[in-house]
Design a protein around this ligand. Structure first.
Ligand code: ZN
Length: 379
């Protein structure tokens, strides 16, 4: 079962029970607007005399990276048209709107129906609604429950242990997946930043390639300790945050101070796995406005730094246009990438997918990273 079928199973219940109490934040022309569902956005709502609905898109705190997440549910009594405007305040439009009726199959709101203001501080969409529920969001919603359901179907059958390595501030379980007996460790994670689901698509393709029943994947799993962390910030995801956990911090700026329970617990888990092992690779999948890879310098002090030129070569061959690479390291940096090199001597990589990368492109990048690991570690 892929994530989509996991989502479908979960969404079926929610969408099939319209009686499920939704507390609307406003109503216009027989359509209610609500946000009280997992990953629902932080919105207030007003309705103009024309019936146009304006939703304020507000961050969980400031100052914050401009990743204005929105997600709202519209329940229409009958087929109708509705104009909805997103008001980003001092922030700018970033994610093109996606829509689902069943909670699992997402499609873009047609470009012609979306008007972004010249200063990008507002975006309006003209929606033609069917009776019943329609969800609109910045990116397809991927909740912790759905992600772990996917992991149960894809990762656990390969003999991986689901380990609760801590609890979030909201007391949600922090769950990672690990297996293997080798002395070489590979670490991969994603979704430190809640909205970055195109990075998660690449991560899942990376994982699915490693879990495949192919000679290369089977050999790789047999020879490596593997640690997979698909949901390190569940509170941020559930709360519809742009960036932070529920402690008011960007978790990928907490890998020096470790002031948050989520990063502390993850550091302890990785350290316990890395003890007496060599960390061959450390991948942290994210999303931003373009595909790009942040890497340590090629002369960095790591026994596996020569993975990077090979990976670059393989990605260049697989993805057109080729991904740009940025090589840097700052001892005072606060990202997972910096920590991986400083603490584990591993070539930590931040793999950034374009926000609007297609599933095909994100998938190809994830698969290429996995296949390059097979090649690199079998030399
Ligand atoms: Zn990110």
């Amino acid at each position: 079962m892929n994530l989509k079928s996991a989502l479908l199973a979960l969404a079926a219940a929610a969408v099939a029970t319209p009686a499920l109490a939704q507390t609307p934040i406003c109503e216009s022309q027989g359509v209610t607007v609500s946000v009280d569902f997992p990953s629902g956005g932080r919105h207030t709502c007003r309705v103009a005399e024309t019936g146009e609905v304006t939703l304020a898109v507000t961050p969980e705190g400031t100052p914050i990276n401009g990743s204005p997440w929105y997600a709202f549910r519209l329940d229409a009594a009958a087929a109708t048209e509705l104009r909805v405007t997103l008001d980003y305040g001092e922030y700018e439009h970033r994610y093109s709107p996606k829509l689902t009726r069943d909670g699992a199959t997402w499609r873009s709101v047609p470009r012609r129906d979306v008007i972004v203001a010249d200063d990008e501080r507002r975006a309006s969409m003209n929606l033609r609604l069917e009776p019943g529920a329609t969800f609109i969001a910045a990116q397809p919603i991927e909740t912790p429950t759905a992600v772990h359901a996917w992991a149960q179907q894809v990762i656990v059958p390969r003999g991986f242990e689901a380990v609760e390595y801590g609890r979030s501030i909201d007391d949600r379980p922090l769950i990672a997946y690990r297996a293997g007996t080798g002395t070489d460790l590979v670490v991969a994670m994603t979704r430190q930043h809640p909205p970055e689901t195109s990075g998660a698509v690449a991560f899942r393709n990376f994982v699915e390639t490693i879990m495949a029943d192919t000679p290369q994947a089977n050999a790789f799993r047999a020879r490596h300790r593997i640690l997979l962390v698909p949901m390190p910030n569940p509170d941020g995801v559930m709360r519809g945050h742009w960036r932070w956990n529920n402690g008011g911090l960007d978790l990928n700026r907490d890998w020096r101070d470790f002031s948050q329970p989520e990063t502390r617990a993850l550091r302890d888990l990785i350290q316990s796995e890395a003890q007496n092992r060599r960390t061959v690779a450390f991948f942290d999948f994210h999303s931003t406005r373009r595909n790009v890879i942040y890497a340590p310098p090629l002369d960095a002090d790591s026994p596996t730094i020569d993975l990077l030129p090979l990976l670059r070569q393989r990605l260049d061959a697989a993805v057109n246009p080729p991904l740009p690479w940025t090589f840097s390291h700052s001892e005072t940096g606060q990202t997972s990438k910096r920590w991986a090199l400083s603490e584990l001597r591993a070539p930590g990589l931040t793999v950034e997918l374009d926000d609007e990368a297609t599933v095909a492109t994100a998938g190809r990048i994830g698969r290429t990273v996995a296949e390059t690991m097979f090649e690199y570690t079998s030399r």
